[in-house]
Design a protein around this ligand. Structure first.
Ligand code: ATP
Length: 238
């Protein structure tokens, strides 16, 4: 138990009709941490993230963010508090330009640092700057993932939720995207990373959780999980 956790998930349950996708999940993320959640197909990873961002209702348990119970809070209220989600499958606006997509991330902001943060995103992903006037739909899968991450960063998040950023990407791009995730952590962004690519995620994570059929079955440091026999066998193909 982390005394100063930024995010505390306690006994969280979620249902799709009669199907229980989350069966009492306990997870904590401390400020500045990069925490990975790994698990196979259908384990409930996406459901957990959707419950954290508020687009999927919790049927029980609690989500505490910075000391406040947000279990029933609406998605936009969570964004305002500083929780940003990069959804699975990117979901960028194809016909809009790259830069307009990025600016969408900042629509709820009233501060004067938006231009500066936009430059920071361009510094992190130079290809987005090169293509800033291009329609987002013309970008490659990896570039769209960068764009989705950049848009989330423009909300000025305190906690970034990433849903399978490596999905569908060639190995070299997986490496590049996860290196960017590790860079973000070094810049001080707190990150909860959900990945089916357990090896890539645990390699950069401070701590990790393994989710199986809606339950956390293991939690340890990223390094310890990478060395764990059960993890190796089930998720690392060793
Ligand atoms: P994947 O990597 O395939 O996305 P996941 O770990 O993210 O898997 P979820 O998508 O969260 O898993 O699914 C968890 C469980 O909930 C699965 O048994 C799935 O079949 C079920 N489920 C997910 N979405 C729905 C839905 N809209 N209606 C009914 N059942 C659903």
């Amino acid at each position: 138990v982390l005394p100063d956790a930024m995010l505390k998930v306690e006994g969280l349950t979620s249902h799709y009709g009669r199907i229980q996708a989350l069966k009492g999940v306990d997870i904590q993320v401390a400020p500045g941490e990069l925490v990975a959640l790994v698990g196979g197909n259908g384990a409930g990873k996406t459901t957990l993230l959707r419950t954290l961002s508020g687009v999927q209702p919790a049927s029980g348990g609690r989500v505490i963010f910075e000391g406040q119970d947000i279990t029933q809070a609406k998605p936009h209220a969570r964004v305002k508090r500083g929780i940003a989600q990069v959804p699975e499958g990117r979901q960028v606006w194809g016909p809009l330009s790259v830069e307009d997509n990025l600016r969408l991330g900042a629509v709820l902001r009233r501060d004067r640092e938006i231009a500066q943060d936009l430059e920071r995103v361009y510094a992190m992903f130079p290809i987005l700057k090169e293509r800033r006037r291009q329609a987002a739909g013309t970008l490659s899968g990896g570039q769209q993932q960068m764009l989705a991450m950049g848009r989330a960063l423009l909300t000025k998040p305190r906690l970034l939720l990433l849903d399978e950023p490596s999905m569908g990407l060639a190995p070299i791009l997986v490496e590049q995207i996860l290196t960017s995730v590790a860079d973000l952590k070094r810049q001080g962004v707190t990150i909860f990373l959900v990945e089916q690519n357990a090896f890539a995620a645990l390699k950069i994570a401070d701590r990790g959780y393994v989710l199986e059929t809606g339950k956390v079955v293991l939690s340890d440091s990223g390094a310890a999980l990478l060395a764990n026999e059960r993890v190796k066998e089930a998720y690392l193909g060793v």
